[in-house]
Design a protein around this ligand. Structure first.
Ligand code: SF4
Length: 445
């Protein structure tokens, strides 16, 4: 039976142009229809040095569909190289150019000797969503950029061996923009790794970018904080450069999971154990200082029910459930996972959601049918006011049910996240602030 996609919570693979855009100095070149970038650009925080409104695009039309669009792509790249002051160009194909069989690899290959690197990645919307597209793009960039002569020279010694840097750790978390907290969470996890003596290497956001991309092969380890997104590109780095991979499937939110995360990283990387335990002791003490100070509000006012549900991608479904059960003592009603996670990963995700303290378990459903999610939430028994964590789609439902509602995932229309984070010890407190603000805003004067 055909799968129903009602109330979309992700976009097509080409929307992972946001992954290129997040690498400072890089710009996507779209070989797609003229409306794709405009349709796919509905996140906040996409203006700046380059914005999707100026992404070069071959604007494939009927003529190219009939006669082929490689000529138009070639001239688009030529002109982009002349007028756009970018350091890296990544050609991305959309549905139309893939359906007509244009060879973007060959066209990009014509620019092998251009002053700036021109790479390519296939991202037709009909092949998958932007969670997958993110991984495809990263893998293509690693495969092509890290093999360029000048880049190989930069990371190799006189014998042609990769110069490894002690303590350097590549870090990847969530797909830029698709996760509204992508940048704040990335920075917070960077800070935690730095605190235990590691040197995190990230390529996204302010002050990072292409110089860090070049350093990727020099890392001793890659840490991927994700249940499944980004796994193929991280595994590629392991195969090609022997960079050991730690896939940590839980975005750590709050004290319990963040402590577990730091201990796992310490053990995997051999980071200073004493320092790690010192950092954990200090961070936990600070976390619980705030919990204690607000214990009267959190525990005694009883403005929050005991049961919650999450309708979000695998990352937040796991992370939020663990935080609310293990740190806050709440009970999960059914959890809905909306990112179309591949079947091969689904059992592991279910097991991870249910790897909770006190033997607590819950039902987990993978679905893209927003109507069905809402009907099930309406019919669930929350034994009090429901707490719903989801996306903007759940806002109206929450109003209808009189539920407390916090938006943690795309689409996020009613909230602006600039560099806020909900990962780590302090991120757990930020999420608590949002949950209790949602509940307290219902109190009558
Ligand atoms: S699904 Fe295809 S046509 Fe639609 S925006 Fe994505 S790439 Fe463009």
């Amino acid at each position: 039976m055909a799968k129903i996609l009602d109330q979309p919570r992700y976009k097509c693979a080409l929307a992972a142009m946001q992954t290129v855009h997040a690498i400072t100095g890089a710009i996507p070149v779209l070989h797609s229809g003229p409306g794709c970038a405009a349709k796919l650009n509905d996140n906040n925080g996409t203006s700046g040095r380059f914005s999707p409104n100026i992404f070069p695009c071959s604007s494939v039309s009927e003529k190219e569909v009939v006669f082929g669009g490689t000529g138009k792509l070639r001239s688009t790249i030529e002109n982009a190289l002349k007028v756009i002051d970018a350091d890296l160009f990544v050609v991305l194909s959309g549905c139309t150019s893939e359906i007509i069989g244009d060879d973007i690899e060959e066209v990009a290959g014509n620019f092998e000797n251009a002053e700036k690197p021109v790479l390519w990645a296939k991202t037709p919307g009909f092949k998958g969503n932007n969670y997958l597209g993110h991984d495809w793009i990263l893998k293509s960039i690693f495969e092509q950029y890290l093999e360029r002569e000048e880049v190989v020279t930069a990371y190799s010694d006189a014998d042609g061996e990769v110069k490894k840097e002690k303590g350097l750790v590549n870090l990847f978390v969530a797909p830029p923009q698709q996760d509204p907290y992508w940048l704040g969470n990335l920075r917070e996890i960077e800070n935690l790794l730095t605190a235990i003596g590691l040197k995190p290497n990230t390529i996204f956001g302010f002050g990072r970018g292409i110089e860090n991309l070049k350093k990727i092969p020099q890392a001793e380890y890659t840490i991927l904080v994700s249940p499944w997104v980004g796994l193929e590109s991280a595994k590629y780095l392991e195969r090609r450069f022997g960079i050991k991979l730690l896939q940590y499937p839980v975005l750590p939110i709050g004290a319990t999971e963040t402590t577990k995360f730091l201990r796992t990283v310490q053990e995997f990387t051999g980071a200073d154990k004493e320092l790690t335990e010192k950092v954990i002791t200090e961070k936990e003490a600070e976390f619980y200082y705030y919990i204690e100070r607000f214990a009267d509000t959190l525990l005694e006012t009883r403005i929050l029910g005991k049961r919650f549900t999450v309708a979000s991608d695998s990352e937040y479904a796991i992370a939020v459930t663990k935080f609310l059960v293990n740190d806050m003592g709440l009970f999960p009603e059914k959890i809905f996972i909306t990112d179309d996670a591949p079947k091969a990963h689904q059992q592991k995700i279910i097991d991870e959601v249910n790897n909770l303290n006190y033997g607590i378990t819950t039902q987990v459903q993978f679905t893209t049918d927003g109507h069905d999610i809402h009907e099930q939430i309406k019919n669930a028994d929350f034994a009090g006011t429901p707490l719903i964590l989801g996306s903007n789609w759940e806002k109206k439902l929450a109003a209808e049910l009189g539920a407390h509602f916090v938006n943690v995932s795309y689409p996020m229309l009613e909230k602006l996240v600039i560099n806020d984070h909900i990962a780590g010890y302090s991120g757990g407190l930020h999420l608590l602030e949002q949950i209790f603000t949602a509940a307290m805003s219902k109190l009558k004067l």
